[in-house]
Design a protein around this ligand. Structure first.
Ligand SMILES: C[S@@+](CC[C@H](N)C(=O)[O-])C[C@H]1O[C@@H](n2cnc3c(N)ncnc32)[C@H](O)[C@@H]1O
Length: 265
């Protein structure tokens, strides 16, 4: 039995799931035949997808170091994905050992694997909840056990918002989360885009997945930062956000925007 009463055998292997496709592209081992097929289809139509997911993951790592280096000691990571070392808490605690992390994902397989990895630590929690119900995330007892909303929080929405359709009103969802955060909190966000290459075929690979892919333009992604102030260099393709090594060849094609922003007081 996994946490929150989910059983591993309830995991849906009939269609691709974003967490498992992503894990496959990253070279992980927690995926099924449907996920590998979707990942291969994706790479066939968008060859930069493999370096794109790695660049997204590297962006997340740099952004976590940045926010913890800025003094934040609590992280709410929604759409956390399958554990991939180094995970958010490992990166954060290299900078400051007392960082607390609440991981949230709506995929039971993530809950099972991350729960097994994290164990029952007072400094972290893994919660099965859905970003589309942001109040339920913020009010979840296992989020509240780790996160004190009276102190600055780094909210991570890394490669997750593109799984929400416009009808699900992602802007309203981000605003609800923003309003729960005190001044001095940070938003770390990355998002898939078709701004650098036609990605209609890549998007179509997700039509039969458990969540659709909704590419957004620069202006649409920037709107998610309403109420926050973007730190330098603003919204950028992920390999170009404060790189600490030269961006890999082909980075100009990578269809992920990333940015970090601070909620002003
Ligand atoms: C592409 S992975 C990103 C993982 C990690 N944030 C990273 O960037 O390395 C997207 C994750 O978001 C999760 N997800 C998708 N829709 C979600 C939703 N509505 N609520 C919570 N999690 C969601 C998926 O299950 C998956 O684990």
């Amino acid at each position: 039995m996994g946490q929150d009463g989910f059983r591993p055998e309830e995991i849906d292997t009939s269609r691709p799931h974003p967490a498992r496709v992503y894990d496959y592209l990253l070279g992980g081992k927690d995926h099924y035949e449907v996920d590998r097929r979707a990942g291969d289809e994706l790479v066939a139509v968008a060859p930069e997808a493999r370096i794109g997911v790695r660049a997204n993951r590297a962006f997340m790592q740099r952004a976590v170091r940045y926010v913890v280096g800025s003094g934040v000691r609590q992280i709410l990571d929604i759409g956390t994905g399958l554990p991939t070392s180094p995970n958010v808490h490992e990166i954060a605690r290299e900078v400051a050992p007392d960082v607390r992390v609440a991981y949230v994902d709506n995929d039971p397989i993530v809950n099972v694997h991350a729960g097994a990895l994290l164990g029952d630590s007072g400094a972290s929690s893994i919660v099965l909840a859905d970003l589309r119900d942001p109040r339920a995330v913020v009010d979840h007892p296992d989020v509240r056990r780790v996160i004190d909303f009276g102190e600055p929080v780094a909210l991570l929405l890394v490669a997750v918002l593109h799984f929400l359709t416009e009808a699900e009103r992602p802007g309203r969802i981000v605003a609800t989360l923003r309003d729960a955060l005190p001044a001095g909190s940070f938003l770390v966000l990355s998002h898939a885009t078709g701004d650098f290459a036609d990605r209609t075929s890549a998007q179509a690979v997700y039509d039969k997945a458990s969540a659709t892919m909704n590419l957004r333009s620069r202006a649409e992604v920037e709107r998610f930062f309403d109420g926050f102030e973007l730190v330098e260099p603003g919204l950028a393709q992920v390999p170009f956000w404060r790189p600490d090594t030269p961006p890999p060849a082909g980075s100009g094609e990578i269809g992920f925007y990333g940015g970090v922003a601070r909620k002003a007081g």
